[in-house]
Write a protein that binds this ligand. Structure first.
Ligand code: GDP
Ligand code: MG
Length: 656
């Protein structure tokens, strides 16, 4: 699509350039009220300017408008607009606009945003026509050019290493990097910038993301930056397929990214690569050695054995993917890492995805913007530009973006600022409205409105493998011609941040069967508006999913958590049994309510209370912050550190 500013004719561009000069000038010294009202910076006037002024005075004297040749434009006006940009769109001078605003009693500078109502007054004052546009219009200055085929060039693949903890992700990344340092630059110390490039013996360039971890992978994806082309799944040959291996497989599948299996630690005596291969079969990963199509390579991060083969396997996969990008357009990239550096200010490592990022480029990245002051590559060298798939550190940001934020080069500072401010506002609104963005109901509403959405995706965590599998099987049978339930990932144990990330990326709810979300996951879910549903009865779970799948979910809550208590000590009391000395940490403990015993976020007992004591007295309620004694009816296995969840049931009519 053509950029809006491109449509402006030549004369307008001259005006824009002039407005910019005024702006630059203004930055040289402070804009004083006097200067602004005079409408001129301190710069000496050119002859032409003098002539224009004389002409104007003469015309004024003759009772004509100041600029008879003036063109009246249709000014596209979003919810908020930076004064400078407003001036550009009207092809007026920023100083004139500032002046006009001052007359209206608004003291703003050219770089500040004003609301649409104010801007409308200004536009009318200048005699132009207002065209109100929707908010997100500000984003439209970001070029989404259709790339011409002849501009497309092959780009290096971007690789993420995933796998279970201790299977050797970090070691493998280090080994690959070290190998490339030795063969590449003589003795050069590779700087850590969150990603690096290596060249294989056959000359292929590969970009490795140095952020192993499923959370990083999904959070990037959730933020709209799917940067990975190939996932290398590391499985230790002396171990087996473990929970995080499965998680990694599911993450890669959900993202639709091809996998290469690296069977690591092959140097160990206990290594049994064949077991890894057979194990993987169960998770629908059929490696080449088992006549499937997923490449598998035996490696040792310790001895370096097989690393070359791994790199060639990656290069081969990349060739197959035919990865291309257009280096000629305005750059777009994804933030891999960002931090506030004491000496250098905000620094972001950006992986360029399209176009070429150059020093001096003006960009917007997430809710931040800036002008590229310096680019530093993975070898620690300053570079002038970075093309597709090249990771670089970017200096010159006005704030610290987040990993996964997308960077776009735009034409003017005003645009960059406007977009950044718009996004910040949007996030604020989104946070305020969070809690309701990915509920089952909304998903189904969306599914109904959009015929293409025919899958109800869910993430499932359960207390034991048996229930998880039973539920998955049952869920897969649910559904009809229009809707199918797809379990993106299931596993055993507490709901973690990684689960929330996966759910968010795919717009799915998370189901906890006899398990709970841990605290970071709870926070993440609240923040991202991911719905978590807890169940302890399979039929209830299936009923809800069935109802959701048929678009008839009743959203009445059938269970209210009213409080939580932590067990501090356990006393043996004759005649009563084990009594828990507790601290009510949240809400209220109620004698008549239902209770569940949670150990490591897994439900291990559900029942009622036999006693609720405050000091020596039996009481009805105990409030948050107070200590109390609790004992379960017919249940004795309680331990310090366990958590008691207190809930009340609400009977609701079911719609099925
Ligand atoms: P990560 O948690 O997946 O990043 O795993 P690490 O890279 O931290 O490795 C976990 C442990 O396995 C470390 O003690 C490594 O030294 C060891 N390790 C990693 N790769 C190999 C290998 O190829 N052979 C042997 N013998 N040990 C390895
Ligand atoms: Mg590690």
């Amino acid at each position: 699509m053509a950029r809006k500013t491109d449509r402006v004719e030549r004369t307008d561009r001259d005006k824009t350039a002039k407005a910019k000069t005024t702006d630059d000038n203004r930055r040289g010294g402070k804009l004083s009220l006097n200067q602004a009202l005079n409408g001129e910076g301190g710069r000496p006037r050119s002859m032409a300017a003098m002539k224009r002024k004389q002409e104007r005075t003469r015309q004024k004297a003759m009772g004509q408008s100041a600029r008879p040749e003036k063109q009246f434009r249709e000014v596209r006006l979003p919810e908020t607009i930076v004064v400078q940009e407003l001036a550009n769109r009207m092809t007026e001078r920023a100083a004139d606009v500032v002046k006009s605003l001052m007359k209206m009693g608004m003291m703003v500078t050219a770089n500040q945003p004003i609301d649409a109502d104010t801007a409308e007054l200004v536009i009318e004052e200048f005699g132009h026509k207002v065209l109100r546009v929707s908010d997100s219009d500000v984003e439209q200055v970001i070029t989404t050019a259709d790339d011409r085929d002849e501009d497309m060039v092959t780009r290096p693949p971007i690789i993420t290493i995933m796998g279970h903890v201790d299977h050797g992700k970090t070691s493998l990344l280090d080994a690959i990097r070290k190998a490339s340092v030795v063969s590449g630059e003589a003795g050069g110390i590779t700087q850590h910038i969150g990603a690096y490039q290596v060249t294989t013996d056959s000359g292929a360039v590969l970009s490795f993301l140095d952020t192993p971890g499923h959370a990083a992978f999904t959070s990037m994806r959730a933020r709209g930056a799917q940067v990975t082309d190939i996932v290398v799944l590391v499985v230790a040959a002396d171990d087996a397929v473990m929970p995080q291996t499965i998680e990694a497989i599911n993450h890669a599948k959900a993202a639709g990214v091809p996998m290469i299996v690296a069977i690591n630690k092959i140097d160990k005596h206990s290594a049994d690569p064949q077991k890894v291969r057979t194990d993987l079969l169960q998770h629908e990963v059929v490696v080449e050695a088992m006549s499937g199509d997923v490449q598998d390579v035996e490696v040792s991060a310790k001895t370096g054995l097989g690393l070359d083969n791994l790199l060639e396997a990656i290069a081969l996969q990349a060739e197959f993917l035919e990865l291309k990008a257009n280096p000629k357009r305005a750059a777009q990239g994804a933030v891999i890492e960002a931090q506030l550096d004491v000496g250098r200010g905000p620094v972001a490592t950006v992986l360029v995805q399209h176009g070429t990022l150059r020093r001096g480029d003006i960009f917007v990245v997430g809710e931040q913007w800036g002008k590229v002051r310096a680019l530093i590559n993975d070898k620690g060298d300053r570079v002038e530009e970075a093309g597709p798939s090249v990771p670089v550190e970017v200096l010159g940001l006005n704030g610290t973006p987040e990993a996964g934020d997308v960077l776009n080069v735009v034409e003017t500072e005003a645009q960059a600022r406007e977009i950044a401010e718009f996004r910040a506002q949007q996030t604020k609104d989104k946070r305020a409205a969070a809690g309701a963005s990915t509920t089952l109901e909304q998903m189904m509403a969306k599914a109904k409105a959009d015929v293409n959405v025919s899958e109800l995706a869910v993430v499932l965590k359960a207390d034991v493998q048996g229930s998880a599998e039973a539920i998955v099987q049952a869920l897969e049978k649910v559904g009809n011609d229009e809707v199918r339930v797809r379990v993106l990932h299931y596993g055993v144990g507490a709901i973690t941040e990684s689960d929330i990330g996966l759910a968010e990326a795919s717009g799915a709810p998370v189901i906890g069967f006899n398990v709970r979300a841990n605290a970071p996951a709870r926070n993440a879910a609240n923040q991202k508006g991911v719905e978590i549903r807890y169940y302890s009865i399979i039929y209830n779970l299936l009923d809800d999913i069935k109802a959701a799948a048929s678009g008839m979910l009743s959203n009445e809550i059938r269970e209210n958590f009213i409080g939580y208590a932590t067990i501090k000590e356990v006393f043996r009391v004759t005649g009563v049994g084990n009594v828990a000395g507790c601290l009510v940490t949240e809400g209220v403990a109620r004698r008549s309510a239902g209770v569940r015993l949670l150990r490591d976020n897994v439900v291990i007992h559900e029942g009622t209370l036999k006693t609720l004591k405050r000091f020596k007295d039996e009481v009805k309620d105990v409030q948050s912050g107070q200590e109390c004694g609790m004992a379960f009816e017919n249940y004795d296995d309680i331990r310090p550190g366990d958590v008691i969840e207190i809930f009340e049931r609400e009977e609701v009519e079911r719609s099925l």
